[in-house]
Design a protein around this ligand. Structure first.
Ligand SMILES: [Zn+2]
Length: 324
């Protein structure tokens, strides 16, 4: 489905965009629409997978070219409709899905993912997609995420973080160094470990979790490639000339002063830098899961919350103060 068609579908059904998906409550069902080749509709139902129900639902959805695509735990994913078998608009199909599930005796899952209680009054993004929750639990969750981010902002230290990242980076060079020394092989992919270990070191030493974590990981990724090459160099010198390790070390400062050595390493290490960049990318994904990221996600979940169920006690996210 084209992006503009998809957002039109969203406004027709009163759904809100969340990344590339749409979410909201349709005919009493909290659901997520995913715009991909199969146009998935995802809902949480009050039953676990049941072969007889799948058969029954499929028999009905088939008329639109849809079917049960997945049913893991309480999360059901429906696909369709197919262009050939459309019997109305895409919005009609989504309502038809909700109707079909209800007709098969299923109800929206009414168990709050945070406290496990029933009688939910809101629908929101939580651990397993857009589903029924207690609004107060959602707020409490956001509050917790914020205080965690807050305490990291207050107690985190750049200096300790950088120290941790440096140690982590050195640890990250060990696997590559050992494979070279003992197997005479270089696996470039191991270079990805350098920034990942640097990031983990940063975190372990309670570095402040903000953009600095990423910047420090990038700097350590570059530095790590150089250090690893100097480790090789030291190893080769020791190996070739049979120098004792202490003397090898005493040669190194001289090499370090030589700009040409640095330039040669940089030119030789393109592939190593590439894999190191891969590690930065992975570390970056980990960083997005930090305290500040969790707080931002919790805020987004609050913004996207909608009334749900009989109790629907609160009047929509717009009237609620965010937990700032
Ligand atoms: Zn709850």
């Amino acid at each position: 489905m084209k992006t503009n068609e998809f957002s039109l579908l969203g406004s027709e059904l009163g759904l809100t965009a969340y990344g590339a998906a749409l979410c909201g409550v349709v005919d009493g069902w909290p659901l997520t629409l995913i715009n991909n080749s199969a146009n998935h509709v995802q809902l949480s139902v009050d039953h676990r997978r049941d072969a007889a129900l799948v058969k029954e639902i499929n028999a009905v959805l088939k008329t639109w070219g849809g079917k049960v695509r997945g049913w893991n735990g309480n999360v059901m994913t429906l696909s369709g409709p197919s262009r050939k078998k459309m019997q109305g608009s895409a919005a009609d199909y989504v309502r038809f899905c909700a109707f079909t599930l209800g007709h098969a005796g299923l109800r929206p899952l009414d168990v709050c993912p945070y406290c496990g209680g029933g009688n939910c009054d809101a629908a929101a993004f939580s651990k397993k997609g857009y589903q029924a929750v207690h609004y107060r639990c959602l707020q409490a969750e956001a509050g917790k995420a914020h205080s965690k981010a807050e305490s990291n902002r207050e107690n985190g230290s750049y200096l300790l973080g950088i120290l941790g990242a440096f140690i982590g980076m050195l640890v990250g060079t060990i696997p590559t160094f050992l494979t070279v020394v003992y197997m005479q092989m270089e696996y470039s992919v191991l270079f990805a470990l350098i920034p990942i270990c640097a990031y983990l070191g940063y975190k372990l030493f309670r570095g402040k979790m903000d953009k600095a974590a990423l910047i420090v990981s990038i700097v350590m990724a570059v530095l790590g490639v150089f250090i690893l090459n100097f480790e090789y160099l030291a190893f080769l010198i020791k190996h070739e000339y049979g120098l004792p390790f202490s003397e090898t070390l005493s040669v190194m400062p001289e090499l370090l002063r030589d700009g040409e050595v640095w330039a040669a390493i940089a030119a030789d290490s393109l592939q190593e830098f590439l894999f190191s960049a891969l590690g930065v990318f992975i570390a970056w994904r980990l960083i997005s899961g930090t305290a500040a990221g969790a707080a931002a996600n919790a805020d987004a979940a609050l913004r996207l919350a909608q009334p749900f169920g009989q109790r629907a006690a609160y009047n929509g996210a717009a009237n609620q103060n965010e937990t700032e």
